[in-house]
Design a protein around this ligand. Structure first.
Ligand code: ZN
Length: 237
């Protein structure tokens, strides 16, 4: 029997199958691929899919109770996978090569770290947050820059521990990768705040008027930050 799968059509050239850590099967195909072709493709790799699903089911995820990681304002447990295949990706029709894609994955409910990597957990999580920060922040910065005509001369993602963002005289705007731990609305506020500094490099009344203009709900974002200020200190990274 064919596996049920999630179909994603996109501008790609080949058909691919991947299996997420939760066992869901994703089939990626070029935009105009006929369903019959897709089903033939899935049928051809059905044994391969089954073997991976068996492995995933065999994975004993051990929850590491004290580690709850923030992501977009929510806390999620970190679990260590057993020795099974962690995540696989077959990217081309004729090359069902099994490639372990990453040491850590977020499946929507928890973080899963590959077996044997717990001793490097700090650095692995940091790298993950860092990559998420780059992915998440860029379009938000672009949005506010375009809407309000405030362009940073340089944007950097840093590992700052004590502040979420900063802006200097040269127009360099920095964001800590830890910003990804915050709710998306708070990230918007922080981006608006730092870009507003391009106009007013202080916390004057005019500055706050600029912030209010760019992000009218800034006060609720500020109170969220105040309520969760223990976050930075409590997080292991
Ligand atoms: Zn400021």
């Amino acid at each position: 029997m064919l596996s049920s799968y999630q179909l994603i059509r996109s501008k790609r050239k080949s058909l691919g199958i991947s299996i997420k850590p939760d066992g869901s099967v994703i089939v990626r195909v070029p935009l105009r691929t006929a369903l019959a072709t897709i089903n033939r493709f899935v049928a051809r790799y059905q044994d391969w899919i089954n073997s991976k699903l068996l492995l995933i089911n065999a994975v004993k995820a051990t929850q590491i109770a004290e580690l709850l990681l923030y992501y977009l304002g929510q806390r999620y447990p970190l679990k260590e996978c057993g020795d099974g295949v962690f995540a696989v990706d077959a990217t081309a029709v004729d090359v069902p090569a099994v490639v372990a894609v990453s040491k850590i994955e977020f499946d929507g409910n928890c973080f899963l770290i590959k077996a044997g990597y717990m001793n490097q957990v700090d650095i692995i999580i940091q790298q993950w947050y860092y990559a998420q920060a780059q992915r998440l922040i860029a379009p938000i910065i672009q949005e506010y820059s375009q809407r309000f005509g405030l362009y940073a001369s340089k944007i950097k993602i840093t590992s700052a521990k004590t502040r979420w963002g900063s802006c200097n005289r040269l127009g360099t705007v920095c964001f800590s990768y830890r910003i990804t731990m915050l709710p998306i609305t708070v990230i918007h506020y922080i981006v608006a705040h730092e870009l507003a500094h391009l106009k007013h490099l202080n916390h004057s009344k005019l500055f706050w008027q600029q912030v209010a203009h760019m992000y009218p709900e800034y006060k609720s974002a500020q109170s969220w930050l105040k309520e969760h200020r223990y976050m930075l200190a409590a997080n292991i990274i």
